[in-house]
Design a protein around this ligand. Structure first.
Ligand SMILES: [Zn+2]
Length: 137
C-alpha cells in the first residue's frame, strides 16, 4: 500500500537526524491497527537507504499495541484483551476501520469507542554511526 512512501519518509528523517548520512539503526513503532506490510516496509527501507549510500543499517520494527476507550462509559482496554479469531485479526490488519464492526466495550458493550493508540507510525529511535561492524566507540 503506502509502504514505499512511508519508507522514503522514514529514510529522509533518519538522514536528517544523522547529518553525515551515517545511520546505523532505526527503530520504528507501527500501530497494531496500521495496515502496513512489515516485510515490504523493511525491504523498501533497506533499498532506499542503500540507494542513498547507507549500508548495514539495522531496521527494527516494533508493534505498538492498540488501546481503545469507550465513549459511553470511559472504560479502556487493549487489543490483546479482545477475543478475535485469526481471520478477523487479519481482516482488521488490512482494514483497521473494521475494528468498529468486531470490537465492543467489554464493560458496557458499546461499539462507540475511540482508538487511543495503535494507529500511528512513529520513528522511536535513530542511531547514527558509520554502520561498520566491529567499529569501536
Ligand atoms: Zn463502555
Amino acid at each position: 500500500m503506502h509502504e514505499w512512501a512511508l519508507a522514503e519518509a522514514i529514510a529522509r528523517y533518519a538522514e536528517s537526524v544523522c547529518s553525515s548520512r551515517r545511520v546505523s539503526k532505526i527503530v520504528v513503532k507501527l500501530g497494531t491497527l496500521q495496515a502496513i506490510d512489515r516485510e515490504v516496509l523493511s525491504f523498501a527501507l533497506n533499498a532506499i537507504l542503500e540507494s542513498d549510500g547507507i549500508r548495514g543499517a539495522e531496521i527494527v520494527l516494533e508493534d505498538e499495541e492498540a488501546v481503545f476507550r469507550c465513549r459511553r462509559c470511559g472504560a479502556t482496554w487493549r487489543y490483546s484483551d479482545v477475543e478475535l479469531d485469526e481471520a478477523l485479526r487479519e481482516a482488521i490488519h488490512f482494514l483497521p476501520e473494521a475494528v468498529h464492526s468486531f470490537v465492543r466495550c467489554p464493560r458496557c458493550g458499546s461499539r462507540d469507542f475511540e482508538v487511543v493508540k495503535g494507529r500511528g507510525v512513529e520513528v522511536a529511535e535513530v542511531v547514527c554511526g558509520d554502520g561498520s561492524e566491529g567499529g569501536s566507540h
